[in-house]
Design a binder for this molecule. Sequence first.
Ligand code: TRP
Length: 467
Amino acid sequence: MSTDKVSVHGSWASRWVFILAATGSAVGLGSIWKFPYMVGVYGGGAFVLMFLACIALIGVPVMLAETLIGRRARQSPANALKVLALEAGHSGKWSWGAFAGMVTALLILSFYSVVGGWSLDYIIDMGRGDFQGVTPDQVGAYFGNVIADPWRLTLWHTIFMLLSAVVIAKGVVAGLERSLRIMMPLLFVMILVLLGYSMTTGHFMEGVHFMFDFHPEKVLDGLLPAMGHAFFSLSVGVGSIMIYGAYMPKNSSISGTIVGVALLDTFVSLVAGLALFPIVFAAGLNPSEGPGLMFVSLPFAFGNVAFGQLMGVVFFVLVAIAAWSSAISLLEPMVAYLVERTKVSRAWVTFWLAFTCWFVGLGTVFSFNIWKEAKFFVNEGGLFHLYQWGAAGGLDFFGVIDFFTSRIMLPLGGLCFVVFAGWVMGREAVRDELSIRSPVLFALSLFLMRYVAPIGILVVFAAQLWK
Ligand code: TRP
């Protein structure tokens, strides 16, 4: 069986560059923006614990599966599954699962770019000194004004999308490495500085209790969101990590690398939460405030400490870069696929895909202002409406896309990939690609992919339906 395929899109110079790129993909708005607000909404400790369990038992095996599928096939996700399935004597239709994943990635990018735009906007606002000496109420109102203005959000959403598309158009392998080598370590340092600051607020232990006190009655409510977010945070379930695996040099060990990336990503999420909640409590803000949590609490902190203005600018620059390196990995799978399948140039493919995501993203822009009242899936005292203007419950456009991608498509994509690596590819192909010397570790990896992760995903879905 051939194991010496070559990627037409280039390869990373070394295993370290893969680690950098994969960490760049995983660490992003998911850890810094989304994780803390979800912890807030789903009630603290129970959510955190389930998130950690899902990372270890489901997320890491899926990440392993994606990387080894990608590296063996050295092609875009849909083509990778097709080629490997045919090689192993199975149906080429497996590629449909990966295709659905690549579309999911584009849907995620549509709203990811809008929030990435918020962080760009905040770089300027911080630098102008808009937050100097603000009160919590004022920061809340400030954020409210930002998202109430569709033109402002559209402007930054456009800029963010363009910045991501430029790198993709040039080819990921060339564009990503130089920027990430310095910025990722700096981001870690900055988050640690924030953590140090939050220890001085006098509310640090309150934050710790909020994040780690376990309330069993909240488990069922937060289970599916926690699993969905474990996928989101690790960038797995759509082929992002798979396409980066496709550019990975042959001779580097996969499992150790993957566990390292997962640990880094989880570490950033936890530290971001620990840094944020004490500030939230010190400012008397509401932890379950939702998507605005970071954009309200942090400017308040930066606005009220020495050198806060400068630190705030640096922080939002780093967040924007972290978001940008994640956005790239959302676009790359479909770009690689279309480059492989068509004669259109990489630049044109990138342009049209980025434009499509940008257009869909306008829906998210409007859900914070002119379409705020447009509600989908409304359940009104047992009466179900698919769509209703001005309903009290239901989901707005952003909510629908977020729900559909994180809670349904990512876990299904992950299920497809682990089952593929565990059952379809064949034991020998997996052994060859993993090249783990210890038989025990190999057996453990295979066991996680064959049984633990798939059953885990199905159990969480079942628990949600039964709830
Ligand atoms: N993991 C990134 C974050 O936490 C977002 C992301 C990048 C992603 N690629 C992905 C999420 C693929 C799901 C699937 O910000």
